[in-house]
Design a binder for this molecule. Structure first.
Ligand SMILES: NC(=O)c1ccc[n+]([C@@H]2O[C@H](COP(=O)([O-])OP(=O)(O)OC[C@H]3O[C@@H](n4cnc5c(N)ncnc54)[C@H](O)[C@@H]3O)[C@@H](O)[C@H]2O)c1
Length: 266
């Protein structure tokens, strides 16, 4: 006989950091469609936040929004408070908010290093630390960390990003071990190139430097690393995250799952 962990029901809430844009927004729509209460979050003004909440009203669930700045521990604590107030304790936490800055290590500004480590790594730790006790008490939970292929391999000029994403994968494994007794899984998703605003500056830089049109620059950027020279759709990351919350994924934990067109198979 199959034994499944206690399954989430439609009243469960998911907190998705950085869900005003890109991968986070696409994931939020996947979870909204699946019946979750969605706690939206990201840097957005009031009008954009209201518009976003109005957009999610179509799913018929009670959702919330916070614009807490995740670059400090206090900002993370604020997000926890806002989340509890809007949707209660989330049974699913998706640490997705992230930023990028590229420069050679010998020329990397200290402020950018600190900012990337804070948002891309420390915020995931603080939020997990503060939300895990309620998941443990409920004997069910999911932590999904949106890492990157740069948590598995390196690229030049991404010292802080690679350090943070490698760190996030280490954190994921520790959380998986520590919470295996409570039906809580922790996994990392490691995208290669995904069609979002985050990669746009890199496409524009190639276009400028090599005098290529934007489409040719995009193909050059993606094909330089991925045997499949096409970027993944953000919804693909959302559907994988949703799968990780389902019964069949109840024993997938501590894993780092690439969605990368073969990038890390090389
Ligand atoms: N786009 C890609 O190709 C790609 C590839 C691999 C991994 N990723 C990872 O996926 C995640 C999402 O990337 P994306 O491409 O959707 O990015 P994006 O730039 O479209 O969205 C980033 C989100 O993070 C939020 N954010 C940024 N700084 C913040 C701060 N200080 N406090 C709170 N929120 C903040 C933004 O408001 C936004 O909602 C990131 O962790 C990124 O490293 C992206």
């Amino acid at each position: 006989m199959w034994e499944f962990a206690v399954q989430k029901d439609s009243s469960h809430a998911v907190l998705i950091t950085g869900s005003t844009s890109g991968i986070g927004l696409a994931m939020a729509h996947c979870f909204g469609r699946a019946g979750y209460q969605v706690m939206l979050h990201g840097l957005a003004d009031q009008d954009s936040a209201q518009a976003l909440l109005a957009e999610f009203a179509r799913y018929g669930s009670h959702n919330g929004f916070s614009d807490a700045d995740l670059s400090t521990e206090e900002g993370c604590a604020q997000l926890v408070r806002d989340t509890r107030e809007a949707v209660g304790n989330p049974s699913v936490l998706i640490n997705n908010a992230g930023i990028q800055f590229t420069a050679p290590a010998h020329d990397f500004p200290a402020q950018k290093w600190q900012q990337i480590l804070s948002i891309n790594l420390s915020a995931g730790f603080f939020l997990s630390r503060d939300l895990l006790p309620a998941m443990r008490a409920a004997n069910w939970g999911r932590i999904i960390n949106i890492a990157s292929v740069h948590g598995l391999v390196a690229s030049e000029h991404k010292a802080a990003y690679c350090a943070a994403k490698h760190g996030l994968i280490g954190l994921t494994k520790v959380l998986a071990l520590e919470n295996a007794d409570c039906n809580i899984t922790a996994n990392a998703i490691c995208p290669g190139w995904v069609e979002t605003p985050l990669i746009q500056p890199q496409i524009e830089a190639i276009s400028r430097e090599q005098q290529l049109d934007l489409e040719a620059a995009r193909a050059q950027l993606v094909g330089a690393k991925q045997p499949m020279a096409k970027a993944s759709r953000p919804e693909a990351i959302g559907e994988l995250a949703l799968y990780l919350c389902g019964d069949f994924a109840s024993t997938i934990t501590g894993a780092s799952l690439p969605v990368d067109g073969g990038w890390t198979a090389q």
